[in-house]
Each structure stands twice: as structure tokens, then as C-alpha cells.
Ligand binder design. Structure first.
Ligand code: 6YU
Length: 491
């Protein structure tokens, strides 16, 4: 291949690293990454504040593959049984469920609601192939179906139990806001919900932290390939000046880098906010509209450590059900006053011998964005009051807390991608389409697009991001492999 092509990768998250690794391996020696922050990894972050699990750890998952190769996983995750388990994106965790009146609820009593909700999620993902969906969004679909089915199936149960089950549905909707990275399930498109695909395998974590993956992948890159603390201000493409290079990457400090190809890996949240200044000439309209239609919401973690557990030994997830929420709601009426009601509960960090008694709280949406603006002490106070209320134990006091602030991260502007209302597979195709688009006569593949938001079915995940980095590297590799021999400089 033409190893002399100048390739600039914008962003040193896992997709940028994956692209660089594959290009370097193929013999390209004029590759560099420019990264806005002082570190690599992007949304994979130390301190467990970013990506958490390998979703679907099995053969087809590149992250699982790499993690196994680098020896980063516990033996349990490597077993064939673990890989074969098909959980459809929702691991069968052992729950503890508490209610706002300070009671620990009997999980069996709530099964009818939990099962109905799981069924409806499955049904939500079937529309894409059929078309003609009855509602524009997943929230409305689920609410209307629960109403219908509850009227038939729960007609003989008492009002209190029925109301509690509906409150459980509210809690499950909030869980889905976190899973999908959406403010509300009313903002997730029903027709496109099924675009997201899962892989087999029971979700697992990295005992030494997710950043081990980035570190290992980066170890094959030549020293100095990444320039840190170098935000890119504008990608000038279709350069008309006859100086040879079709693209110029202009940095915040005025530095200009000439390139044959630029792979843009910035998050969708950043693109939404800065597309008009990041590209010159501006993006074609169909691409811009897809950036706008796709959703990019906020999901944050609140890590809370305790001296001793107040949950069962086998418990893996804790749900907090508000008894006044039988209207199946996933948004609070007054964000400043009630933001904490959006926190659906906690996952338990396991094993305890490794982490101590640590819970990871999950909060999505505008409530989460507001939480980011509060002093840590205030967040700690709200979480403490919440736990005391739901357990009925006024003495529980966390040892310390730590939270993520993804919405106010200037280089991310949120957490991850979900299909918004009116989205279709075409939007993800538009996201990954290189510039200039085919009809143009100018030099091809000037600007390429990778990153989580450009994967057709694994958006919002690390494995999706890795695959997009490799995809764009391969696009360039095959471009040069098939170019005329006069352009070739064999290494
Ligand atoms: C996963 C999980 N996980 C929790 C939380 C978050 C995410 N994800 P990057 O942003 O990494 O890199 C871009 C770089 O560009 C970055 O370094 C910037 O600084 C830089 N940059 C920006 N602007 C620049 C400029 N102008 N100049 C130069 N540089 C610039 N994924 O697999 N397992 O458990 C989680 C989770 C709190 C925030 C996650 C998880 C998402 C991944 O973290 C994310 O996809 C990748 O790291 C992105 O890599 P990248 O390279 O693309 O961007 C329908 C339906 C859907 C259902 N979806 C459910 C899926 C579940 C999603 N799971 C999420 C769960 C958690 C909890």
C-alpha cells in the first residue's frame, strides 16, 4: 500500500486508537492522532467513570477478543458457558427492590410487571423490520400497551398492588433511559429501536479497569504518534489551493496540519454542538440531518462506598420504586427539586473482596445534567437521604462518593448515541459516509467518520467504536491497495 499517505485522526478514544493501530500495522507510517485532552481513551476513563461492561463477551466481539488476548479478564468471563449465555442486552441480575415508603419489596410479587415490561421491550425492537409502527416513540408504545394489558390481566387485583406494579414500570423506564442514554424513552424512536443488536455472552467487567484495553492497544503505536492537548477547531476539506493536500486540519492554537485523509472520531454530542464550525465547507445536508435526528443523551454514574452493605449478599442490582409514580413516568416534574427521583437505583460492584462495599448509581437525562452542576457534597447529601428513606434506616452514611459529569465534558457533551424519533438505518449510513460524497469529482476519501455513533447496529458501545475505527482504516487500506501501480510505494 501507499505508506506515504498523510493521515490525521481526530480524537484518541478507542475508535481513533483502533484506526491508528490497523493503519500502522498495514504499513502506513504517516499517521498521527490529534487529541483535545491530555489523555487517551475518551469515554473509557480511569476511576470507573466511563464505559463499564463488555456487552456480549463472545467470539464475535472484538473487545472480548482483545481483552482475552491481553489477559485482562477474570477466568469466569472466559468460560464457554459465560460466552454462550444470550441475555439480549439485559443480564439476569439478582435484584433487591425498595420502595419510597421504606420497605424492601418481595420481588416475586412484582414479576408480573417486570415480565410485562421485558416483553414490551422485545416487541419494541421488532418494528424496524415491519414498518408502520403505531407510535413514534418507545415510551408511548410501552405506556399504551401496559394500560391495555393491565386492564385485561390485572383486572382482579387490588388497587394498591396494581398501583405498585405501575410504579415498577416507571422504574423500568428510568432503567432504560440509562441503558439507552436518553432523557426519556419518549425520545427514543420506536421504528429504529430494533436497529441496536446484541451479541451473546453475559456482560463482564475489566478487573483492572477498562483503560487496560486502551493501554494495550496503544502499546503497538510508535512513540509520538499522538499529540495531546491539541483541540481541532476546523477541518478544511476540498482545498482548492494546488499545494497537493486536499485537507487541512486547523487546531485551536493556530497550528495547521496538511493531510490526504482525516478520520474524524469526535462524539456525536460534540458534532451536534460544533458541526457548523468544525467543517469547512459545511457538511452536506443529509449528513447534518442525520446528526440532528440521532439522539445523544446523558447517563452518569454516582459511585458510593459504604463501611458495610445494606443489601443482600447475592444482590447485583438495587431498584428504588417511588410509590407515587403509578403514571408510568420517566421524567420528573421539577428538575431542580426532584432530580434525585430519576436515579433508578444501583448496580453492585463485585467481587466485594476486590472493591469493598461499593454501589454504582445510575442517573440519566436532564436530571443527570442538573446533578452535574451541583457541588459533590450536595449530591452526597441527596443520595444519603434517598437511601435512608428507601431502606427506612436513618443511620446509613456513605463513606465517600464520586460522580461522572459527561454532559459538561466539553469534548463529549453527553454519554452515548440512541436512535431518536424518526430515525432509520439510513441515518447511521449517512453518519459513516466519507466526504466528498460519491457524485463529486474531487479527490476521494478526504474526510472519513468513525466512532461509536457511526456503527449501524453496535452504536453506544466500545465494541461498536472499535469496529468503526477498523472499518475506516480498512477503507483507506483497500483504497490504496486498489489504486494504480504508479501511486504505490511498497514498504
Ligand atoms: C460499552 C459499557 N457504558 C457508560 C458511560 C459512558 C459510556 N459506554 P470517545 O468519546 O471515546 O473518543 C473521542 C475522542 O475525541 C475523545 O478523546 C475526545 O476528547 C476527542 N475529541 C473531541 N473533540 C475533539 C476535537 N475538537 N479535537 C480533538 N479531539 C477531540 N460502552 O461497551 N460498555 O458498559 C458502556 C458507558 C457513563 C459515558 C459508556 C459503554 C459507551 C462507550 O464508552 C463509547 O461508546 C466508546 O468509548 C466511544 O468511543 P469513541 O472512540 O467513539 O469516542 C436501541 C437501543 C440501544 C441500547 N443501547 C444499549 C447499549 C448499552 C450502552 N452501554 C452503556 C453502558 C455503559 C454503562
Amino acid at each position: 500500500v501507499n505508506t506515504n499517505a498523510r493521515i490525521v485522526i481526530v480524537g484518541c478514544g478507542i475508535s481513533g486508537v483502533a484506526a491508528a493501530q490497523r493503519l500502522v500495522k498495514a504499513g502506513f507510517h504517516n499517521v498521527r492522532i490529534v487529541e483535545a485532552t491530555a489523555r487517551s481513551g475518551g469515554r473509557i476513563k480511569t476511576g470507573r467513570l466511563g464505559a463499564n461492561w463488555i456487552h456480549g463477551p463472545s467470539e464475535e466481539n472484538p473487545v472480548y477478543h482483545l481483552a482475552r488476548q491481553y489477559g485482562l479478564l477474570d477466568p469466569e468471563a472466559l468460560t464457554p458457558e459465560n460466552q454462550a449465555m444470550d441475555v439480549g442486552g439485559h443480564p439476569p441480575w439478582v435484584p433487591n427492590i425498595f420502595s419510597s415508603s421504606g420497605r424492601k419489596l418481595n420481588v416475586e410479587d412484582l414479576y408480573p410487571a417486570l415480565e410485562m415490561f421485558a416483553e414490551l421491550l422485545d416487541e419494541s425492537s421488532e418494528f424496524q423490520s415491519r414498518g408502520g409502527e403505531p407510535w413514534t416513540n418507545v415510551g408511548d408504545f410501552i405506556r399504551s400497551k401496559v394500560q391495555q394489558r393491565a386492564a385485561e390481566k390485572w383486572k382482579d387485583i387490588d388497587g394498591t398492588t396494581r398501583s405498585l406494579r405501575l410504579s415498577v414500570i416507571s422504574n423500568m423506564l428510568k432503567v432504560e433511559c440509562s441503558v439507552n442514554g436518553a432523557h426519556s424513552m419518549d425520545e427514543v424512536g420506536l421504528g429504529a429501536y430494533g436497529l441496536y443488536k446484541t451479541l451473546p455472552g453475559l456482560d463482564c467487567t475489566f478487573p483492572g479497569g477498562y483503560e487496560g484495553l486502551v493501554k494495550n492497544l496503544m502499546s503497538v503505536l510508535p512513540a509520538g504518534l499522538v499529540t495531546y492537548s491539541q483541540p481541532v477547531r476546523c477541518v478544511h476539506w476540498n482545498n482548492t489551493e494546488k499545494r497537493g493536500y486536499p485537507v487541512t486540519v486547523e487546531c485551536d492554537d493556530g497550528n495547521k496540519i496538511a493531510a490526504d485523509h482525516v478520520i474524524v472520531t469526535v462524539p456525536l454530542g460534540y458534532l451536534k454542538k460544533h458541526h457548523s464550525t468544525l467543517f469547512h465547507p459545511p457538511l452536506p445536508l443529509h449528513k447534518l440531518h442525520s446528526i440532528q435526528r440521532l439522539g445523544f443523551g446523558t447517563n452518569n454514574k454516582i459511585l458510593v462506598e459504604f463501611d458495610s452493605p445494606w443489601w443482600d449478599t447475592d444482590c447485583e442490582v438495587i431498584h428504588l420504586v417511588w410509590e407515587d409514580e403509578d403514571a408510568m413516568v420517566d421524567q420528573v416534574p421539577d428538575v431542580q427539586r426532584y432530580w434525585i427521583k430519576k436515579l433508578f437505583g444501583f448496580t453492585v460492584l463485585k467481587p466485594t473482596e476486590r472493591y469493598g462495599h461499593v454501589l454504582c448509581g445510575w442517573i440519566a437525562g436532564h436530571e443527570s445534567e442538573y446533578m452535574e452542576t451541583l457541588p459533590e457534597q450536595e449530591v452526597s447529601h441527596a443520595v444519603t437521604q434517598l437511601i435512608r428513606r428507601f431502606t427506612g434506616n436513618p443511620t446509613i452514611t456513605p463513606r465517600r462518593i464520586m460522580r461522572s459529569q459527561w454532559f459538561h465534558d466539553p469534548w463529549t457533551c453527553g454519554s452515548y448515541t440512541h436512535p431518536g424519533k424518526g430515525c432509520s438505518a439510513q441515518d447511521l449510513q449517512n453518519m459513516m459516509e466519507p466526504l466528498p460524497t460519491k457524485s463529486s469529482q474531487s479527490q476521494p476519501l478526504q474526510v472519513l467518520f468513525a466512532g461509536e455513533a457511526t456503527h449501524p447496529c453496535y452504536f453506544s458501545t466500545v465494541h461498536g467504536a472499535v469496529l468503526t475505527g477498523w472499518r475506516e482504516a480498512d477503507r483507506l487500506i483497500s483504497h490504496y491497495s486498489s489504486s494504480s501501480s504508479s501511486e504505490l510505494t511498497m514498504s
